[in-house]
Design a protein around this ligand. Structure first.
Ligand code: C2O
Ligand code: CU
Length: 579
């Protein structure tokens, strides 16, 4: 079983156990003897079964099991110790079982809530809060059910509840000193240089665009979705003037995957102020990496990108041959872009398809009718990519794959999630059952380009309750915290930085570091054996552990976030900072 499914099974068992204990308690309070005994017996078994899932998760990695071992397991043990023997004795008065069973239910629920609301890392404060909750709920049940605990017991319970509540709250809510991101003015100014320059102007504004014959309200660059395709030849300087006509929440341009100088990175509040209606900002950087990239607004990025503020950036090598097609996939108001197109290509002509995923979720791409190679991922050429046939590729949110092939005499077609988007003629193919390429084993390996690691970080991705802002929210968290409370990763220029990304949630998190490509070292402990993979966007699926590394060679303050932009806006953003 994968760690992802183990996490799901463990959660399901915990929910069932809690519900069965509570149900058993309620049934015995109502003197429904068989029901009470049946539910309680089930709960006991489920609670014991959880010992196995917890141990299996701990073996997959402490990140997956920390709070389960330290908080949920002791609470479950208390539940079994208190309710188990009484249950086995099956007393004549079934009502006398009510409080012990309810206690077991509260204990099981307490552990479950710690997992759902807090997660990793476990802390004493959270453990005490859970204990306070269990003691208080048990005390209330006692009263309500009219059972008479001795004075001493009820006083002790009250004292324990209050003391743990106070200490727990103190420990859980006390702000830690997180090296914050200095927000506000003081952004570095754009450099100027006298080099051959390609100039573009992009004006952001609300617009009505037509998709598949329907009029759609969008936010667009130059009134089109996607925005104009920006192209350059390697070595050119790109100068892009961004204007905002009427996007009231502001816009910026972020060059996704292009490792520009920090001042050009387009992150509002970090590298520049958002460009407000009537304002402009000029971006300028040298196009010194060839490859397939894209640009998008980084101001209220979730809404902005979804509404259409994105476009393609392609930097080509000097002499260009063959057919070169960009396929930026996007979902605009529920409609799929780009609209399908068909262009015949003469047999023997080299073709490059630049696949770009500008959505917030993974897409599946399948090229039918020809063998092909994956020449590049995230703008970086692969080493020794073998020819593939009838194989699909999964591209994470923000990611790009370049597929190359020589046009055969017969038509070829590209399908995205089963929908044809590009073809050279009529093709019918069922691509749904094709195997999916694993880039970690594709192409020819080469040794890691450094022999030491100077800094290591671990990012544990999860969901949790964030109480630090004005309103409590169920945030997407990193190491138990949400933006802006996630400590920055501080590195020095020249450091080799390794980071481990652990996904203990139930959803995919496409990870994206600005300003650097990271080299994939391993996934779930298995070293990457294929071509070196230098990525800027990669899917970390539930239960997965990725180890990646990069050289800190681009000073500044860089966003490091989930590229499911709704997650990024709901807390899953931190920063990499040079000291
Ligand atoms: Cu494509 Cu910070 O984003
Ligand atoms: Cu995410």
């Amino acid at each position: 079983m994968t760690t992802g499914s183990l996490l799901a099974v463990d959660l399901a068992i915990a929910v069932l156990a809690a519900a069965a204990w509570l149900g058993g308690g309620a049934a015995s309070a109502a003197r429904r003897r068989p029901l009470a005994l049946g539910l309680a017996a089930f709960a006991l078994l489920a609670t014991l079964a959880r010992a196995f899932t917890t141990i299996a998760l701990a073996r997959a990695g402490w990140w997956f099991a920390g709070e389960k071992v330290l908080i949920a397991a002791p609470l479950s043990l208390a539940a079994v110790v208190v309710a188990g023997p009484r249950l086995l004795r099956a007393p004549g008065d079934i009502r006398s079982l009510a409080v012990p069973l309810l206690f077991a239910g509260y204990a099981q629920s307490g552990g479950l809530l710690v997992t759902l609301l807090h997660g990793y890392p476990a802390s004493a404060g959270v453990g005490l809060l859970a204990l306070a909750g269990v003691v208080a709920a048990t005390g209330v049940s006692w009263r309500v059910l009219g059972a008479r605990p001795s004075r001493m017991v009820s006083r002790a319970a009250l004292v324990v509840a209050v003391a743990t509540l106070v200490t727990g709250t103190g420990l859980a809510v006390a702000p830690e000193a997180a090296p914050g991101v200095p927000h506000g003015p003081g952004y570095p100014t754009a450099r100027t240089a006298d080099e051959p320059t390609r100039r573009f102007a992009l004006t952001a504004g609300t617009a009505t665009v037509s998709v598949s014959g329907r009029d759609v309200a969008a936010w667009a660059f130059n009134a089109q979705v996607p925005g104009p395709e920006l192209t350059a030849t390697v070595g050119d300087v790109l100068e892009v003037t961004l204007r905002n006509r009427d996007i009231t929440r502001g816009v910026t341009l972020h060059w996704h995957g292009y490792d520009v100088p920090n001042s050009q990175d387009g992150v509002p509040g970090v590298t520049q102020a958002a460009v407000l209606p009537g304002q402009e900002f000029v971006y300028r950087f040298r196009a010194d990496q060839v490859g397939t990239y894209w640009y998008h607004t980084h101001a209220v990025s979730d809404v902005g990108v979804r509404m259409g503020l994105y476009g393609v950036l392609v930097v080509r090598p000097a002499p260009m041959t063959g057919v070169d097609v960009t396929v930026p996939v996007h979902t605009l108001a529920g409609l799929a872009l780009p609209e399908p197109r068909t262009e015949p290509v003469e047999a023997g002509v080299p073709v490059r398809l630049r696949l770009i995923n500008t959505d917030s979720t993974t897409h599946r791409y399948a090229l039918a009718g020809t063998p092909f190679r994956v020449a590049a991922i995230d703008g970086y050429d692969l080493r020794g990519p073998a020819s593939l046939v009838d194989t699909a590729v999964l591209i994470p949110a923000g990611g790009r794959y370049d597929l190359v092939f020589t046009a055969p005499p017969t038509p070829v077609a590209l399908f995205v999630d089963g929908r044809p988007v590009y073809s050279t003629g009529p093709v019918s193919a069922a691509t749904g059952a094709w195997p999916v390429l694993d880039p970690l084993t594709y192409g020819v390996g080469s040794p890691v380009p450094w022999s030491r690691v100077d800094k290591e970080f671990t990012l544990v991705l999860d969901r949790g309750l964030d109480l630090r802002g004005l309103l409590p929210r169920y945030a997407h968290t990193v190491n138990g915290a949400a933006d802006p409370d996630i400590p920055s990763q501080v590195v020095r220029l020249g450091d080799v930085v390794a980071f481990t990304i652990v996904n203990r949630s139930q959803i995919v998190h496409p990870w994206h570091l600005h300003g650097h490509h990271v080299l994939v070292l391993s996934r779930n402990g298995e070293p990457a054996t294929g071509s070196p993979l230098w990525l800027d966007s990669f899917d970390v699926r539930p239960g997965e552990v990725w180890e990646v590394a990069f050289r800190a060679d681009n000073p500044g303050m860089w966003a490091n976030h989930c590229h499911n932009l709704a997650h990024a806006d709901a807390g899953m953003t931190l920063h990499l900072m040079y000291s």
